[in-house]
Design a protein around this ligand. Structure first.
Ligand code: ARG
Length: 409
């Protein structure tokens, strides 16, 4: 290939190797075309290129949130959401994207949006028009008629339903294909009812095994990973059996399902912070009374089951459901993950190495694009004033953020 000039050097005081959990002292990251092209001792860094001096900081790969909804406004829950258009949501997303990036999240997986507002947002970020994290986006969440992803707020005379509704293997395959046609990078479906949808039961399964298997085969054939929203046990198990890549929420997972997830290599993405927001501020935000009641039955058990799953050694990735609550507060979940059984390193790995691995997003040489500060990866990094392995809440206030080698201002 053609030789490309080093554009930038980033000097790091302590660079965390998220694989080993060890810091490497005084390294220099060389940046070419937005990627890390080499890592050398600081004293050997080329002298003739601009330097970003982070030698006073603890430096980590940029964080990844595997479950956000950048186009969702946390003040517009329940019936308030009915007044939103995809265009309005995309514009809201501009603000949410910037807040998320400034909080140190340089990549997000966006798990569901209406009218392809998320695709528009991703493209505006990729084209450099607006500031935001790299987005791997799902477009419309798939579900059954009346399911968690459907619009169940209005009576039949209004014929309201959401764009992701698909029933039976054939409709499901067509819907996956259509999502991909219009820009989806990943696929999301709901395998059980949810907390924030009207008239759905968190314990009731949505889609039968045949439907899930068709959905996942169709997505995998096209190189897309699949995320399943699942609170109830049967839906969790069924989605794992069908070959899903990650279980979102996972609230009522038990020992058997934990063993099944381990056997299949399925990741759990458990949003163990959001319950606090729903129960304290949800009513003001328009969340339906029936949803508040459901949350009271889910939140604590989910955290206890998270602890069980951590102990059992299931693969975990970091995901918050930001959009249900304020964008930019994503990192608050780290302290909860540590409180409920993870070491600080495990919590950091969930939001870096593991998330990047689950995304299965690679460069031409087969190297991981995100989640690691390694040669070949995008130069996405955060700087912290103190050691997050000692003080997990440091992650809530990065001193500086870099995306593609450029300082986020
Ligand atoms: N979007 C999810 C749902 O409506 C949010 C669940 C939040 N609660 C929780 N304990 N994680 O089901």
């Amino acid at each position: 290939g053609q030789a490309v000039a080093v554009e930038q050097v980033i000097l790091t005081g302590k660079l965390l190797d998220v694989r080993s959990g060890k810091y490497r002292e005084n390294q220099a990251l060389l940046v070419e075309q937005g990627r890390i092209s080499a890592i050398v001792a600081a004293k050997d860094a080329p002298a003739d290129v601009p330097v970003l001096d982070w030698s006073a900081y603890h430096v980590l790969p940029g964080l990844i949130d595997m479950h956000v909804h950048l186009t969702s406004d946390p003040n517009k829950h329940g019936y308030r959401a009915l007044a939103e258009t995809p265009a309005r949501e995309a514009i809201y997303g501009v603000k949410a994207a910037e807040a998320t990036l400034k909080a140190g999240f340089t990549t997000v997986r966006n798990l569901g949006a209406g009218g392809f507002s998320d695709v528009a947002l991703r493209d505006a970020i990729d084209e450099g028009e607006i500031a935001g994290p790299r987005m791997r986006t799902a477009a419309r969440t798939l579900c059954i008629t009346g399911g968690h992803c459907d619009n169940n707020l209005l009576p039949h005379i209004y014929r309201a339903n959401s764009g992701g509704v698909a029933n039976g293997p054939d409709e499901i395959r067509a819907k996956v294909r259509e999502n991909i046609k219009y820009g989806a990078d990943v696929i999301k479906f709901t395998a059980t009812g949810g907390v924030l949808s009207k008239n759905t039961d968190v314990n009731a399964s949505q889609y039968n095994l045949e439907e899930m298997t068709a959905l996942i085969e169709e997505a995998h054939d096209r190189g897309r990973i699949v995320a399943a929203h699942a609170h109830g046990l049967q839906g969790i198990k069924r989605a794992i059996q069908a070959g899903v890549d990650s279980i979102e929420h996972g609230s009522f997972i038990d020992d058997d399902a934990i063993a099944l997830a381990k056997k299949h290599g399925t990741y759990l993405v458990m949003d163990v912070y959001v319950s606090d927001f729903i129960l304290s501020e949800g009513e003001k935000a328009g969340i339906l009374p029936e949803s508040l009641e459901k949350e009271k039955k889910v939140g604590l058990i989910q955290r206890q089951n998270f602890q069980k799953a951590v102990k059992a050694g299931v693969k975990m990735a970091f995901g918050t459901d930001a959009g249900v609550y304020q964008h930019g507060l994503n990192a608050r979940q780290f302290a909860y993950m540590v409180q409920w059984g993870m070491t600080p390193l495990q919590a950091i790995q969930a939001a870096t190495l593991n998330a990047g691995t689950l995304l299965n997003w690679k460069n031409d040489q087969g190297q991981q694009n995100v989640g690691v500060a390694e040669v070949g990866a995008f130069a996405d990094l955060i700087a912290l004033k103190a050691d997050p392995l000692q003080h997990i809440k440091q992650l809530e206030q990065p001193a500086a953020v870099v995306k593609a080698g450029l300082l986020v201002q």
